[in-house]
Design a protein around this ligand. Structure first.
Ligand code: UTP
Length: 289
């Protein structure tokens, strides 16, 4: 079994649910407290042992490249003022550990992943959607890598969702279950309400075998007229092991305004520096009659 070394971060979407905030700024640069979403995802990948980060970007996404680059002016000014640069440590990528590829048109998640095919090559790879913000110890991808070392094949992150929300997700037809692992027998993207095969939805973390790139090459459009990763993954079932892992932790859907605010509230309350002030403010706000 080949070791997992590479991760793809598709950041080419339009982020229309966050307009106008995302008109000139990528959704993935929205901060949860003081770190952008994409930084959390990269840190999660590093913790899982990923060595090469591949960003699939689009127009208007250059802030992401700048974020992971050296900021000479900022760093020189800060150093000159005697300020520590430790806070910027995690934003530094070592040479060769990062690659950027452009998705010229946002044709869907499957298309974004396919754009990274030459850099991924003939290796298994992870895909992380930064707007699915996962909080757990160990992190979500590390939990998946631990499972992958036992099962091999393909692993997707799975989460139970309410009946009235299945039409918003890729949904799993489940097979045998063993602890947090569920065998994936089928996958359907955004099933019409009342037709979902289960409540087990696909969340934005994947470990995939390189053969999925061959399936994506057909460029077939699915739900919403987009090239769907779910459809390509469905084409792999039966040929390779395929499992869903229910993550031990909390997921915040930061592609959605309510989920994003919840993530900020939860993480702010946990912080030693601002937690007490935020808690006091919240108590005053919620206890008002
Ligand atoms: P979403 O559908 O959640 O993101 O895609 P979006 O299209 O940017 O957001 P809304 O719905 O308009 O608000 C899930 C992930 O896939 C990426 C997005 O950047 C996001 O991380 N994506 C989506 C691409 O990279 N390219 C695409 O063509 C579509």
């Amino acid at each position: 079994m080949k070791r997992l070394r590479k991760a793809v971060f598709p950041v080419g979407g339009l982020g229309t649910r966050f307009l106008p905030a995302t008109k000139a700024m990528p959704k993935e640069m929205l901060p949860v407290v003081d770190r952008p979403l994409i930084q959390y995802a990269v840190d999660e990948a590093r913790e899982a042992g990923i060595e090469q980060m591949i960003f699939v970007t689009g127009r208007g996404k250059s802030a992401i490249e700048d974020h992971f680059d050296i900021a000479y002016e900022l760093e020189t000014t800060m150093s000159g003022r005697g300020k520590s640069l430790a806070i910027l440590e995690a934003t530094r990528m070592t040479p060769g550990s990062v690659a950027y590829v452009r998705q010229q048109e946002p044709m869907g998640l499957g298309h974004a992943v396919w754009c990274a095919r030459d850099i991924v090559g003939d290796e298994p790879f992870a895909v992380l959607l930064a707007d699915d913000f996962m909080v757990g110890r160990p992190g979500c991808l590390k939990q998946m890598v631990d499972a992958y070392e036992r099962t091999g094949g393909n692993i997707i992150c799975a989460q139970e969702v309410a009946d009235d929300r299945t039409h918003l997700y890729g949904v799993i037809t489940p097979g045998a279950r063993s602890g947090r692992l569920t065998e994936v027998r089928g996958l359907v993207e955004k099933p019409a309400q009342g037709t979902a095969p289960s409540n087990l939805a696909v969340i934005g973390r994947y470990i995939l075998q390189p053969e999925v790139m061959g399936v994506l090459a057909s460029q077939e459009k699915g739900a919403g007229g987009e090239i769907q990763l779910t459809d390509a993954m469905a084409g792999m079932i039966g040929n390779q092991p395929f499992h869903g892992l229910t993550f031990d932790g909390t997921r915040y859907d930061c592609g959605d305004k309510a989920g994003y605010i919840q993530a900020n509230m939860a993480l702010a309350l946990e912080r030693d520096d601002i937690g007490p002030a935020v808690r006091a403010f919240g108590e005053g706000l919620f206890c008002r009659d």
